[in-house]
Ligand binder design. Structure first.
Ligand code: EPZ
Length: 415
């Protein structure tokens, strides 16, 4: 297993190009199941999770060519099962459920099971699919769904689930009649999926708000689209600029997707301004401590909570970080404590007292965003930090060590 070794203390300067968003590309690739012919998608990031979903789609009959630009053709679905061994490596495989039932009338998808950050049930996906008329059974760890023809319905999500909204939107585009998704997720990745589906001929309005209306059509046609930039990768590099007292041009990101983070970072004393194609981000004289509460979009993103916590460990005061989306998303705390941070967990809150300096240590990544927070902490820690199990990082960050070393960090990957 690879590990990353970092010598802390180098300020970061220069440009970083943001890659296509993992959480936008995954549902868009799943949407290719909805139509025959060849879809073309540009700006696909080079990540483990993308390799996984390509493998899954090929096992279902997709022909896929290319990497950054992908041509995907699903003329015929030959297999309707997403097996446990694939789904357990990537829970977002659940995104094939809606398209499979919509296009083929049948799907057998392994229940994803929990992960490091929480139980992550998919009960809302299943309930909504049943409300669209699918017959769904849970059999020995698999979701078995069947429907001759899905029927439009008025659906209410108990929680604004991101992949739940995406899954059911993809199921509803070929249903008979109109579907309304209430309390839908508003994330930019939901909007980008709706744009791709509309490019295929779907009739969708309201994406980006909590009420999405879908008028079913009889069939869809292939389309061409470009994956939106990864706001979480962009946010990770912006926080790195603040922590290392550097100045970074974050290129290819959309500032509108990061308003909650930008406001928070300005409160910590950072200077952030729009430049052509992105943002110029520089640290303040000192780091003010701020409180953070994660919320569904447009609130502060839970996927940047761990990174923000790493930042607050070296702030000038006390910061309360509340994680309201997932029940166990403080796995990074124990590793940050080993680097000298001062953090106390009380229920869903982490109380972070700033310390003058973190110290390098041997650490272990647990989940994707927690490992990003360890990289950030290591960039400012005194001495050497080793991070093992970096496959967690490779799931969501394209060549993270290359991008950070191009900005002046002393970071190496050891095979
Ligand atoms: C998506 O996960 C993202 N993944 C996550 O990013 C992100 O953290 C999350 O949205 C929240 O923004 C992808 O888009 C592939 P949810 P998702 O359904 O859709 C509960 C990363 O690091 N819930 O919005 O699985 C759930 O337990 C990953 O890239 C149910 O109870 O998240 C959670 O508490 C991590 N029942 C809350 O809703 C359901 O059926 C939000 O989950 C579905 C969700």
């Amino acid at each position: 297993m690879d590990k990353i070794v970092i010598q802390g203390g180098k300020p970061l300067f220069g440009d970083v190009q943001i890659s296509g968003a993992k959480n936008a590309a995954l549902p868009v690739l799943a949407a290719a199941l909805l139509t025959g012919g060849t879809n073309t998608f540009h700006n696909i990031p080079d990540l483990m999770d993308i390799k996984t979903i390509k493998k899954l789609l090929c096992s279902m009959g997709a022909q896929i060519e290319g990497d950054e630009t992908i041509q995907i053709n699903v003329d015929k679905i030959i297999n309707h099962t997403a097996s446990y061994d694939l789904v357990k490596t990537m829970r977002a495989s659940i995104l094939v459920l809606g398209p499979l039932v919509a296009r083929a009338g049948v799907a057998r998808v392994s229940l994803p099971g929990g992960c490091a950050i929480g139980a992550r049930p998919v009960n809302l996906h299943i309930k909504a699919l049943q409300e669209l008329g699918a017959h769904v059974e849970l059999k020995s760890g698999y979701i078995e769904a069947k429907a001759k023809k899905l029927k439009g319905a008025d659906i209410y999500f108990d929680l604004p689930t991101v992949t739940g909204t995406e899954n059911i939107m993809m199921a509803a585009v070929l249903a008979e009649g109109t579907t309304v998704l209430n309390n839908a997720a508003c994330e930019p990745e939901v909007v980008s999926l709706a744009d791709v589906l509309k490019g295929m001929g779907a009739k969708i309005s309201g994406a980006g708000t909590d009420t999405i209306t879908i008028k079913g059509v009889t069939s869809l046609k292939p389309t061409e689209a470009t994956i939106i930039p990864d706001r979480i990768e962009a946010g990770t590099f912006m926080i790195a600029a603040g922590m290392t007292h550097g100045e970074i041009n974050v290129i290819g990101c959309n500032p509108h997707h990061l308003e909650a983070l930008i406001n928070k970072l300005r409160d910590t004393g950072m200077k952030i301004s729009s430049i052509k194609g992105g943002m110029k981000v520089s640290s303040g004289k000192k780091i003010n401590s701020v409180d953070v509460k994660t919320l569904p979009y447009p609130g502060f993103p839970t996927d940047l909570q761990a990174q923000m916590m790493a930042y607050m460990t070296i702030s000038g005061g006390l910061s309360v970080i509340s994680e309201t989306v997932f029940e166990n998303r403080f796995m990074h705390v124990s590793e940050l404590l080993r680097m000298g941070a001062d953090i106390v967990i009380q229920g869903g809150n982490a109380i972070v007292r700033g310390v003058p300096m973190l110290h390098g240590a041997q650490t272990m990544a647990t989940d994707l965003r927690a490992s990003a927070s360890l990289v950030l902490a290591a960039l400012v820690a005194e001495g050497t930090t080793e991070i093992s199990r970096v496959y967690h990082i490779d799931r969501g960050y394209q060549t993270i060590e290359k991008k950070f070393s191009a900005l002046g960090a002393d970071i190496k990957r050891i095979k």
